[in-house]
Design a binder for this molecule. Sequence first.
Ligand SMILES: NC(=O)c1ccc[n+]([C@@H]2O[C@H](COP(=O)([O-])OP(=O)(O)OC[C@H]3O[C@@H](n4cnc5c(N)ncnc54)[C@H](OP(=O)(O)O)[C@@H]3O)[C@@H](O)[C@H]2O)c1
Length: 253
Amino acid sequence: MKIVVIGGSGLIGSKLVKNLRERGHDALAASPRTGVNSITGEGLAEALDGADVVVDVANAPSWEDQAVLEFFETSSRNLLAAEAAAGVRHHVALSIVGSERLPECGYFRAKVAQESLIKASGMPYTILRATQFFEFVGGIAQAATVGEEIRLSPALIQPIASDDVAAALTEVALAAPVNGTLEVGGPEAVPLDEMVRRMLRATQDARKVVADVHARYFGAVLDDQSLTPGKSPRLGAIRFEDWLAQSTAEAGR
Ligand SMILES: NC(=O)c1ccc[n+]([C@@H]2O[C@H](COP(=O)([O-])OP(=O)(O)OC[C@H]3O[C@@H](n4cnc5c(N)ncnc54)[C@H](OP(=O)(O)O)[C@@H]3O)[C@@H](O)[C@H]2O)c1
């Protein structure tokens, strides 16, 4: 099959392209650096020529409320129109578990807008919602840091390794469209403050984590259901401790 991965040079996209090629598929890594731009439309028709499936794992360069909304809306509209013109049979998109539960956060609103355009498009689709990537836990800590202190909600979070997300997305891309939403999460749910403490210990980071039920996560107050998957999600196998041990060893090399 010819599978076009929009955002194919990114964290998830590059792993997905590798997985699909290993399975013998014609996977095209499409992104501005390979001349394919879902905002300007540059290179889109050529990339989609003969494609069976399009997987959208592009991400916005700016996460400012209006900019991120415009990115996901414009990109999705352009992609869905180009896919219809090219006769693509399956649109797959990666979204985030709980997006509709945190409307205070502009990034989540943009992901909900992306999902709505897909659902209304008439294109056969599958939306895979993943929890936060392990690679993003450092960014969560950074965004909540004031001086030497990191104030975080103790609400449960169930992050997942990007390798496990790419594996789940590979299965979804090769399966028939479900015209619905699937979820994938990490192997364990842990309070967010504790997750970040584990990361700081492993990276010998001296910052102090303070648990605060009122602390906002990118503008939103969390509870234990905000960021955790619903019933029967697919679960990744890689544990945070093992991923941390491997990534800190690699960083030290
Ligand atoms: N971070 C999380 O915890 C999390 C959790 C669940 C879901 N997600 C979703 O996962 C998806 C992938 O995230 P990621 O971390 O893998 O992204 P990433 O590493 O930041 O990569 C972003 C990709 O988007 C491409 N891109 C940017 N502008 C583009 C444009 N105008 N046209 C086409 N491609 C464009 C980039 O291409 P260039 O390299 O050429 O610029 C790059 O390949 C996102 O949609 C995100 O919402 C993230």
